[in-house]
Design a protein around this ligand. Sequence first.
Ligand SMILES: O=C(O)CCC(=O)C(=O)O
Length: 296
Amino acid sequence: MTAILAQGSSDMGHIDHPAMNTEPDLVSSTQKQQYDRDGAIMMRNVLCESDYQDVMDDLQTRMQLLADREGVSFPKQGDLPRIGWLSECLQRLCQKDSRLQGVLYDAMSRSPAMHRMSSHTKLCEVVSGLMGPDFEVHARLILIMALPQAKWHLAGWHQDWYYNEGPQSTMTLWIPMHDVGIQGGALTVALGKHRNGLMGHCEEGDQTTKWHTIKQKHVDQFSDLVQVEAKAGDCLALHALAPHRAYVNMSSQVRFVLNFRYLDLRDPGYLESGWRVKQIDHARQALGRSSEPKVA
Ligand SMILES: O=C(O)CCC(=O)C(=O)O
């Protein structure tokens, strides 16, 4: 596995961290130190396609059920890789009715394959090595499906903790099911800023994205930015306070990313609270805005 690889445009830093051990089931102490220091680390080649075959099966089943209901026909797979074909099918569905993306998003979060995926041994080894051995999986099991050019669901600068509460040490794993480069909307992370705690987010949001985003005065202070280009099965681990954002997917293919959160049962505050997570209305209100507001 190699550590986070920084690939940036001109205003972004380039940081090459050394290659670490090659065993996907091992997190070295250097990688753990890097995660603690940066609030993020890229673990390369953690999953292979066969590991998320079941997720693709569940996605295909749900899409086919919706297509039959809606009278949509899917193209032949032909020479397309399976994930590329699923992308074509999803785009057909969304052309018929854009709300079907949200229907699938909710359905996938309850899918048995997503439950199994979030607890996959390889992912548990990453979490255990970077955060600690005793954790739970957050109930929100997300399959990100970022459609080409879509802006409303696009995550601007944010810290996951603003949306999830619970222990601040919570770790997010972000695992693309195909290669994601700059054109595909690769994430950018502000390294080291998790150590500054929670930053103010603009509660009012705006008209282009449903996300509440970190106030500009904080964003202006970000210096160590990396845009993370990832290959299928790479696993980006993010601290809940690590500021990050996605970019518009300018490719022609849907960006499919597995996205899970892990909560540390040993976190003193979390243990003290009886492992309860506070209800946070601002996050529900923001992310519950499921469709773009009509512009008058
Ligand atoms: O991949 C994306 O579109 C954004 C994911 C993200 O930032 C998040 O879920 O916190």
